[in-house]
Write a protein that binds this ligand. Sequence first.
Ligand code: COA
Ligand code: AMP
Length: 634
Amino acid sequence: MAKSVYDETYQRSMKEPAAFWAAAAEDIYWDKRWDRVFDDSRKPFARWFTGGVLNTCYNALDVHVDRGRGKQKALVYDSPVTGTVKAYTYRELRDAVALCAGMLRRQGIEKGDRVIVYMPMVPEAVIAMLACARIGAIHSVVFGGFASNELAKRIDDSQPKLVLSGSCGIEVNRVIPYKPLLDGAIDLARHKVPRCVILQRPQEAAAMVRGRDRDWHEEIAAATPAECVPVAATDPLYILYTSGTTGIPKGVVRDNGGHAVALKWSMGAVYGMGAGEVYWAASDIGWVVGHSYIVYAPLLKGCTSILYEGKPVGTPDPGAFWRLIAEHGVNALFTAPTAFRAIKKEDPHGTYMSKYDLARFRTLFLAGERCDPDTLHWAEERLKVPVVDHWWQTETGWPIAANCVGLGMLPVKAGSPTKAVPGYEVRVLGDDNRELAPGQIGSIALTLPLAPGCLPTLWNNDAGYEKSYLAKHPGHYLTGDAGYRDEDGYLYIMSRVDDIINVAGHRLSTGAMEEVLSAHPDVAECAVVGVADEIKGEVPLGFVVTKAGVARGEAEIVRELVEKVREQIGPVAAFKTALVVKRLPKTRSGKILRGTMKRIADGQEYTAPATIDDPAILAEITEALGAKGYPKRF
Ligand code: COA
Ligand code: AMP
């Protein structure tokens, strides 16, 4: 193994961040170079590459065509659910994006306008995102598994001039009509969306609202291509909503300059990828992984990116990932551990792998949730390639901690995403803001300023940004994760410090689910906790106390609650069950002991907090859980 240059690179990024990132920025095409690499004149807000002017779409597409990469595949759409494989060269993708950008122009979209993209995993979704970037419009992609109510919240916050949507998505073999969800969201939202452009898919035609809705294909046919609009490095490229501690999602803002620089740099340094190679992030464009590593980073780097409309299992079998790797010559795959747990369950001996030629496959990257050592070892032993656990979040947009393949890998420690990526100073802090000793679990924070590409603020909400991320540990950004560092400096990310849970690599707020449950007319109070699940890592479990005098049966109430969460948050919440209990355990000050309930449900040891109001309630909870088969045995 070549000697790692990680330590030296990391030190350089810490000692001279401006010089470090200025050097990385040379790899981007600038219409005008920056005045200042780093500008913190408006503390605590900091900006990268102020004065710089560029276009992210130009850097992702046109630059490669201009420099002779036009015939190389840029995007390969592989959709087992529709039986389609379609490739776009860089030239073809650039032309499709330019036409789509012209179509946006025809709808009156200008630089700075917001466009919501509520689409399944089809090439038009990627084209739409890049088309927004091309004309300086700000896209906000909403994951298809969210229901109308969640979409409505995002419409109200981002106030889009236009929504781009598809008639349906396809989940294994079920067609999910998207249009009724979109219509429902527009009805619910206070902001009235003036225009929608709908991609009609053959699996399900959508009914159009006269005067408001237009047909994608007709509008594209009538459009003329639009050129790239230079934007400020600090202008927003997109808004991506993510779960916070309440039911109100946070609008994470991404800029153009810092994002392009950091993402392109990460493709080489973290993922070890070069131009012309094939990269596949098996995620969804609705999540940050999809934004960064299906769309922007691979294209900025000149790679071929795979867009997969399918699942790890069931489309049609647990060999789906290996088929794609073999057929498209994938060099690196990025997915969530949950996908591997699903494959492992159906094909424990990895027999499907042996049917495919995986010779070009070099590295597996896992993120999105804690990677359990079993899954890591299973993948390593069968694939016989390095398996890299890495840690990051929507807010940062690219990895905070990783074993940087492009800098030369460090020894792997199962359960750890290794060390901080150059650009990030990661600290494990106690409640008193002091750094904790190795082995001690604390709140994981990043020293300010954040690396380029990380969120500069929340959409229209500077105060919310400060309150959520900067208030807890002065001079630091709060990641919301808890964990520790070992004697060798390796990080271990163990849990969240807030009420966010991670279900199949999807970040969800239990607070949002509690809001839905407590709105049910029979519910007096409730709590939702994440309990261990063999495949999804965690799934939500509700506890409800009914109002006095409610005589209806538990099964009926629970069925209604499950339906309500599905209807108001979406199927992605995977909220399948709740328990009716007599009382909830609380502290004397009235705080519900969710952590203790979780430990009981998972069969873990716990000590009742000294401040508990009535310890007898814990026995009631244990009994109620036991009657429903908790703790589960895997
Ligand atoms: N549109 C509409 N519905 C969707 C959807 C979408 N884009 N994505 C998921 N759903 C639905 C699913 O059909 C499912 O519905 P159901 O309750 O009726 O069965 C529900 O939302 C939960 O979906 P999911 O959590 O994906 O569970 P699953 O059982 O369908 O699949 C895995 C489980 C592990 C195979 C799947 O989660 C997976 O492939 N994960 C890969 C990791 C990943 O993409 N992580 C994202 C961040 S990297
Ligand atoms: P998201 O913003 O949806 O990408 O979710 C980010 C959160 O997922 C993080 O804050 C962590 O809680 C969790 N997470 C992501 N990657 C990892 C990892 N490698 N190990 C542990 N937790 C992770």
